[in-house]
Design a protein around this ligand. Structure first.
Ligand code: IVH
Length: 698
C-alpha cells in the first residue's frame, strides 16, 4: 500500500483571503513561513513521490501546525499554493462546466497484434520513405481522466474529461491530492505562461479494497471499481470528502503549452517530471511493431502484480511535428493507439433470466448473475443478446457460466461451465412484449415489439436517448425523469416534452419548484438544436455521430435530409446502401413522419449549417496566442468550420496569427518570420467574410 499521512489535511483551515495587509510582519516571521513551506514541500515530496521519508508523521505535524499558526496570526502571508491550502474551499452546490484548453481526444484501440502491425504501417507511410518512427510506450491507466491548467506556474483549474470538449470544474477537489503540485517546481524548466496537462486520477487497488471494506462496514454501498471510486471521489461537492480518499495523480500528456517548445513527447514527459508531477512508470520507446508487442506482453504478464489497474498499453508517436502532420479523426488521433489486454474472465451462476425492451423495441434476454468481481468490477448482470445466441450457448437459469468483461462494455457470458442441478427447461423468448403485451415479431435473430409508438418501454428509451449527451444533451432528463414522464402520461411522444409545464412536475416526488423550472427551461433551450445533434436525437437507425455530421454537412438543412432520396444518399462518401435505406425508410414511415412533424409543429427548428462544397478554399492555417476573449477551442472550431486549419505553432506557412493580450513567444516568432498578425476583432471580421461566426455570438 502507498504511504499515506492522515494528518491535519482533513481539517479545513481558514480560507485564503489576501485582504489588505494588517501590518507588515517582522522579517524573521516572513523567513520562518518561507522556510516552513520549503521544508514541508520537501518532506511531502520524499514521502508521497519517492516513498522514502526522512521524518515521521509526528515531526511533520509539528512543522505543519507551526505554519498554520503563523498563517493564522499573519493572514497577509497566506498564499494559495501554501501546503496548508489543500482543503480550503467551502462545499459547493454544483459544478460549473468549462471548456478545455484543447480537446481531450480518446484513443483508437484494439486487442489484436495485427492491428498494431497495421498501425505501424500507416505511421511509416505517413512519415515517408527513410524516416524511422520512434514510439513512446506507456501503461494505459484505468482511472479518471483530468485536465490540469497552470498559469504562470500556479494551479488555476482542474477539469474532468466530460465530453472531451468541456468538463466539470473540480479544482478544489484536485488540490487535495497530495501529489498534485499547487505550484510548478521550476528548478530545471521555467513555468510556462499557460500550461494544460492531461493525466489520470488513480485509486490504488489496495487502497480501494480498504476503502470499500470501510464503506460496507458503515452500511454504505461499495464502489464497483477503483476507476469508479476515483471518478466518484473527484466529483464530491465537499472537497474535504475528496481529501479523505487516498488518490494519486499520474500525468502523461502536455495538451497545450505556451512559452516552451517541445519537439518530442519525451521532452514533454521530462518537463512534466521536472515540474513536480508523478508520471506513469515503465515508459519506454520502441522502433517496431515487434517491440510494441513485446512490451504489451511483458505488462500483461505483470498486470495482476500491479497495485493499480491498467487495461492495455498506449502507443504514441514521439515526434510532435509528425503528429501534427498526421492529425486526428473526429474521435481520435491517427498517431496513437491503445493496445488493449484481452478481457478478464470469471465463473459464476445465472440466478435468473429475464427480458428487457430497448428504445428500438428489441427484446434482449438478460442474465442476473450471482455477483462476482471481474478484474476489479462487480458484475451482477450480463446481456444474452438474442434468441439465437441464447440457444447456441444453451444457457439456462442455475447454470454455472464463464463471463468476461472487456473494458467498459457490458459483461458477456462466454460459455456454460457446468449445468445446474435438475436442469430447468431452455429459456424461451416470450410471444408477447412483457411491457405492452403486443405480439412480438421475429426479425432475423432478433425478437422485436412492433408497437414502436405505443410501447412505454420504447418511449422511455427514446426520451432518454433524445436528452442524452451525444444527442440534445438536456440536463435533468435522465432515466428516472423519463420513467416518470411516461408513467404519469405527461409525455406520449417526443414532441410532448416541449409542452411539459413546471406545475405538472412539482406534484411528483423528486421535483421541487427549482428543479421543475430547470428541467422545463433545459428542454426549451433545445428548441433550436444543432442539426447534427437533432439527427442523432431522433434515433434514426444507423445514424450515429459520424453519419449525422456527414448528413448535416452535406445537406445543410433538416428539410433537405428529411426529403433526400436513396440515390442522393448513397452518392455521399461514407454512406452505403444499407444506411441510405434505413434513413429514407425512417422518414417515410408514417408514424415517424408524424412524430417528426409534431416536433417541428412545437417550434423545434434545427439550425442550418453551411454546406461544404467539394473544393474548400485554402484558407490557411491560423495560430492563436495570448489571452483571447473566448476559449481557444471555440475560436479554433469556428475557423475550422469555414474550412480553415489551426495549429499550435508558428511557421513560415502560417496564414496569420491571432494575438490576444500578453501574447508571448509565438507573437515574436510571427513578427520575425513576417507572418501577418491580427487582433481578435480583425479575426472576427475575417471569419465573417467566410460566413463563419464565433459559437455563442450569433
Ligand atoms: S494518451 C490523444 N496515455 O485512456 C491521446 N491516455 O481513450 C491522449 N489513458 O480517457 C491520451 N492512460 O485518459 C494516454 N498513458 C496514457 C493513458 C491514457 C490512460 C486514458 C485517457 C483516455 C483513454 C483513451
Amino acid at each position: 500500500m502507498r504511504p499515506w499521512r492522515p494528518i491535519a489535511y482533513y481539517v479545513r483551515p481558514p480560507p485564503f483571503d489576501p485582504g489588505s495587509p494588517l501590518s507588515t510582519p517582522p522579517p524573521q516571521i516572513i523567513r520562518e513561513v518561507e522556510d516552513l513551506r520549503r521544508e514541508l514541500r520537501y518532506h511531502a515530496r520524499l514521502y508521497y513521490h519517492e516513498g522514502r521519508p526522512e521524518i515521521g508523521d509526528a515531526e511533520y505535524d509539528v512543522l505543519y501546525r507551526r505554519l498554520q499558526e503563523l498563517e493564522r496570526d499573519h493572514p497577509e502571508l497566506l498564499t494559495p499554493d501554501s501546503p496548508t491550502q489543500r482543503v480550503g474551499a467551502p462545499p459547493q452546490e454544483k459544478f460549473e462546466t468549462v471548456e478545455h484548453v484543447a480537446p481531450l481526444l480518446s484513443l483508437d484501440s484494439s486487442e489484436s497484434p495485427d492491428e498494431i502491425v497495421r498501425f505501424d504501417t500507416r505511421v511509416r507511410k505517413a512519415l515517408g520513405a527513410g524516416v524511422e518512427p520512434v514510439y513512446i510506450l506507456e501503461p494505459k491507466l484505468d482511472g479518471a481522466s483530468i485536465e490540469l491548467v497552470y498559469e504562470e506556474g500556479l494551479l488555476v483549474r482542474a477539469v474532468t474529461r466530460g465530453n472531451g470538449a468541456a468538463g466539470e470544474l473540480v479544482t478544489e477537489n484536485i488540490r487535495t491530492i497530495p501529489t498534485v503540485p499547487l505550484r510548478l517546481r521550476t528548478d530545471d524548466i521555467a513555468a510556462p505562461t499557460l500550461l494544460s496537462l492531461r493525466g489520470e486520477v488513480m485509486m490504488y487497488v489496495s487502497d480501494f479494497a480498504d476503502f470499500n471494506a470501510r464503506l460496507v462496514a458503515s452500511g454504505s454501498e461499495p464502489y464497483a471499481s477503483p476507476r469508479n471510486s476515483a471518478a466518484g471521489s473527484i466529483r464530491q461537492l465537499d472537497s474535504s470528502v475528496t481529501a479523505s480518499r487516498r488518490l494519486d495523480l499520474l500525468v502523461y500528456d502536455v495538451l497545450h503549452v505556451e512559452g516552451v517548445d517541445f519537439a518530442r513527447d519525451q521532452d514533454g514527459v521530462e518537463a512534466i517530471r521536472s515540474w513536480g508531477f508523478r508520471v506513469p512508470e515503465r515508459i519506454e520507446t520502441a522502433r517496431s511493431a515487434e517491440e510494441i508487442i513485446a512490451y504489451h506482453a511483458r505488462f500483461d504478464a505483470d498486470r495482476d502484480d500491479l497495485d493499480y489497474e491498467i487495461d492495455g498499453v498506449v502507443v504514441k508517436l514521439d515526434d510532435l511535428a509528425a503528429r501534427r502532420a498526421m492529425g486526428a479523426t473526429s474521435h481520435h488521433p491517427r498517431w496513437a493507439i491503445a493496445f488493449k489486454f484481452a478481457p478478464r474472465q470469471e465463473v459464476t451462476v445465472i440466478e435468473k433470466i429475464d427480458i428487457q425492451v430497448g428504445r428500438t423495441g428489441v427484446l434482449t434476454p438478460v442474465a442476473w448473475l450471482r455477483p462476482v468481481v471481474v478484474g476489479g468490477v462487480t458484475v451482477s448482470r450480463a446481456s444474452l443478446h438474442n434468441r439465437e445466441e441464447l440457444a447456441r450457448k444453451d444457457l439456462r437459469e442455475g447454470d454455472t457460466v464463464r463471463i468476461q468483461r472487456a473494458g467498459d462494455v457490458i459483461p458477456q457470458v462466454v460459455e456454460v461451465v457446468e449445468h445446474g442441478e435438475d436442469r430447468s427447461a431452455p429459456f424461451a423468448m416470450p410471444s408477447e412484449c412483457p411491457v405492452c403485451g403486443t405480439v412480438v415479431v421475429e426479425d432475423g435473430p432478433r425478437t422485436v415489439c412492433p408497437n414502436r409508438f405505443g410501447c412505454s418501454a420504447q418511449l422511455k428509451g427514446r426520451i432518454i436517448h433524445f436528452g442524452s449527451r451525444a444527442a440534445l444533451d438536456i440536463e435533468g432528463l435522465g432515466e428516472e425523469t423519463a420513467n416518470l414522464l411516461v408513467e404519469q402520461k405527461l409525455v406520449t411522444g417526443l414532441a410532448d416534452l416541449f409542452s411539459v409545464r413546471p406545475e405538472q412536475l412539482v406534484r411528483f416526488e423528486g421535483f421541487g419548484e427549482k428543479s421543475a423550472n430547470a428541467l422545463v427551461a433545459a428542454i426549451a433551450s433545445k428548441r433550436t438544436p444543432d442539426l447534427q445533434r437533432f439527427l442523432i436525437a431522433l434515433g434514426i437507425p444507423e445514424v450515429g455521430v459520424t453519419v449525422a455530421r456527414t448528413l448535416a454537412e452535406h445537406f445543410g438543412t433538416f428539410e433537405a435530409i428529411r426529403t433526400a432520396g436513396t440515390e442522393a444518399l448513397v452518392a455521399i462518401d461514407g454512406i452505403g446502401p444499407r444506411m441510405s435505406e434505413a434513413i429514407t425508410g425512417f422518414f417515410q414511415d408514417e408514424r415517424n413522419a408524424a412524430a417528426v412533424g409534431a416536433l417541428l409543429a412545437q417550434g423545434v427548428e434545427p439550425q442550418a449549417v453551411e454546406v461544404r462544397g467539394e473544393a474548400l478554399p485554402e484558407l490557411g492555417t491560423v495560430v492563436f496566442t495570448g489571452a483571447i476573449p473566448v476559449p481557444r477551442v471555440v475560436a479554433e472550431t469556428a475557423w475550422r468550420s469555414v474550412g480553415g486549419k489551426t495549429s499550435g505553432s508558428v511557421s513560415k506557412k502560417t496564414a496569420f496569427v491571432v494575438a490576444g493580450d500578453a501574447a508571448g513567444s509565438k507573437l515574436e516568432k510571427a513578427e520575425k518570420l513576417g507572418v501577418e498578425v491580427l487582433d481578435f476583432d480583425q479575426f472576427r471580421q475575417r471569419l465573417a467574410e467566410h460566413g463563419g461566426t464565433i459559437d455563442g455570438e450569433g
